[in-house]
Structures are given as C-alpha cells and as structure tokens.
Design a protein around this ligand. Structure first.
Ligand code: GDP
Ligand code: MN
Length: 344
C-alpha cells in the first residue's frame, strides 16, 4: 500500500491501521521537518513535545527533509519516536543549488561584507540554501502534492500547552491560510532591498496588497516585522498558487537570496501582506511555544475557572506576548485597507 518513490529513502508506520475499519478523521496534512543529521537530539525533543501535546491523539504523519541522505542511525532512531507514519526524504537537487545566473564572485564579496558586520550566518552558503528552499521550494516537493496543510516543526522547540483540537481542521473550517505564534523584527542588514523589491512586484502585478501595511512604518519603509516561520501551520494550496510562485520567482530572479541574506520568514510574511486578507492570517493564542531564546504562552488569569492545559516557564518576563516587539500589536490593531502604490 505504501508507494515507494525515488525521493523516499525510508518509510515506516502503522498509523493508517487505526483507520482501516473507520472513517479517517484527519485532514490532508503533515508535520514537515527540514533537518540535519547532527540535530538528532534536538529533533527527538521536538517530536516528544509534538506527540505529548498534540499528535498522540491525532497521528498526523511526519515527513523529514534533507538535501543529503539521512544516515541509517538517524532514520532508525527518529522513526521510533512516534507511532505515526514517518517518511525520510531527499530534497531534489534543483531545489537546493545555485542557479546559473548567480555571480559567485559577487556572492563571495557580499558575504565577506556581512561577516565583517558580524551578521549571523552572514558568510553561510548552506543557510542561504535553507532560506531559499523554505521560501520557494518546500511546497513543490512531490511528497506534499496531495496535501492541503502543513505544520512546520524545527529541532529544539518546546510546546507548553495541550492542544485538544485539530488546528488543521480549524484552518480549513475558518478559511485560514497562514498562521503564527511569534512576530518579531528582522535584522535589516540581511534584507536591504527586500521591501523595495516587494513593492515593485506589487505595482507590476497591480496587487491590492490588503495586509501589506502591517509591515510598513509611517515613511512607507519596511518596519522589519515578520511572522517567525520556524512555527507555521499553513495552506499548501496558497504556496502553490501562481501569485505566490510569481512572487518567489520575482524575488529569486534578483539573486538576492544569495547576495543579501533574505530569510524565508520575511518572505512568507510579505507574501501574506501582498496576497492575504488579515482575517486569513491566524494567531494561535492557545499554542505556547519556545524556540531559541524566544517564548510565548497564554497564562490563565487568577479568576479564571478554566483548567490550565499549559506547563509554562516561571519567568513571566520571558513571554514574548508581553515583552516582545511592537509587531503583534500592529497586527492586532490592523484594519484591512488596500495598499496604494502612489503612497510610496
Ligand atoms: P535559525 O532558526 O534561523 O537559526 O536557523 P536554523 O539553523 O534553526 O535552521 C532552520 C531549519 O532548517 C531547522 O529546521 C534546521 O534544522 C534546518 N536547516 C538549516 N540548515 C540546514 C542544512 O544545511 N541542511 C538541512 N537539511 N537542514 C538545515
Ligand atoms: Mn531555528
């Protein structure tokens, strides 16, 4: 029953057996993870979190992606962390390589400038491949073609709260397209011309860009806000739409995923600004989350009668909802109105 395609290295699982004699209640969705072999311990932690808080009840499959074949040890170890299906796959070479129009001399020169400025990953080619892959290729992988939604998972995260409903179903039933839990500001030196390139695309395509002003300051410059994309639950059909793909191709044609250091988080966010209404973007208030040093959760108020579903950090000041950037407030208070290109 399991189809074996060339890009599948290893596939294991019995989650489907559970639904052999009943209706499968699951959405067409998967948990997707781009990861390196070296991150196995951090990944085990992330899967444990995902299973305990949510997926032990829902059994969504995991798909792991790597530009190099996963080692046997990685596959054997990780496939035993869940009873859900696990698929270990290879990224097609053309999704993780330097296009022929890229000037490598210029790339090296620009990278050393960023290194000199101490920009994180400023000199890293693999980081740029990762950002470009997450911006324009992940949704093109053959294994995702029959799916409608994905949940992105990274190594080294915590989930703090039990989730007792299916967020994929929530997304579909409420016509949500993109979702987030943390919004913050990007390092401006990694994206000096992303904003102007995005505005040029908006003008060229005559887009109304109904949410773009979330990302604009009073001078019509980029306010650097973006949805932190290491957590995402989103619609694959949206990424596969010609509007999104045109935007990615337009960005990619500038070569600046390589010359600058454009991240997939600002790219996804500005695409949402260009193409989505704000009510298609969802903040998952009931998902408590940590990645790196950033954390957020919703605590029950003292007079609440609800039963808490969360294990949360002691240090309240670490909650990004309270001590984070102004970005989330801008999102919350945003009233949709079209972007007028003559403004800028
Ligand atoms: P950061 O969160 O921006 O610091 O970047 P990360 O190092 O966390 O990378 C983002 C995601 O891409 C994580 O899931 C990493 O495991 C994955 N990743 C980053 N670089 C590579 C790479 O070169 N190869 C593979 N296979 N995964 C990568
Ligand atoms: Mn990360």
């Amino acid at each position: 029953k399991d189809e074996v395609a060339p890009w599948v290295i290893h596939h294991r699982g019995s989650a489907e057996d559970k639904y052999l004699n009943s209706v499968d209640p699951r959405e067409k969705a998967a948990i997707i993870v781009l990861v390196r072999d070296s991150e196995i311990e951090q990944l085990k932690h992330s899967i444990r979190m995902m299973e305990d808080r949510f997926n032990h009840k829902f059994n969504y499959p995991y798909i792991f992606f790597n530009e190099k074949p996963f080692t046997n040890n990685f596959i054997q170890t990780i496939s035993k962390t869940t009873k859900s299906n696990t698929t270990f796959s290879l990224i097609p070479h053309e999704h993780w390589s330097v296009p022929d129009y890229i000037d490598m001399k210029k790339t090296k020169k620009e990278h050393s400038k960023l290194v000199e400025l101490d920009v994180v990953y400023g000199g890293s080619m693999s980081y740029r491949h990762m950002c470009r892959y997450n911006s324009g290729f992940f949704y093109k992988h053959p294994l995702l073609q029959n799916l409608k939604y994905y949940w992105r998972l990274e190594p080294d995260i915590d989930y703090y709260c039990n989730l007792e409903y299916d967020p994929f179903k929530y997304m579909r039933e409420n016509k949500k397209v993109y979702s987030f839990v943390i919004m913050l500001t990007e390092l401006s030196r990694t994206i000096p011309t992303l904003w102007e390139t995005t505005l040029n695309f908006s003008i060229k395509k005559n887009l109304t860009s109904p949410s773009l002003k979330i990302f604009s300051n009073e001078n019509y410059d980029y306010n650097l806000c973006h949805f932190w994309s290491n957590f995402e639950i989103a619609s694959l059909d949206w990424f596969r739409s010609s509007d999104y793909d045109d935007y990615f191709n337009y960005l990619d044609s500038t070569g600046k995923f390589f010359y600058e250091r454009w991240g997939d988080a600002p790219v996804h966010s500005l695409a949402a600004g260009l193409l989505l209404n704000p009510d298609q973007i969802h903040f998952f208030n009931d998902i408590g989350y940590r990645h790196d040093i950033f954390t957020r959760w919703t605590a029950l108020s003292e007079d609440s009668n609800e039963v808490s579903k969360c294990v949360v950090p002691q240090d309240k000041d670490r909650n990004f909802d309270i001590r984070g950037t102004e970005c989330k407030g801008i999102f919350d208070n945003y009233k949709p109105y079209p972007w007028d290109p003559n403004d800028s």
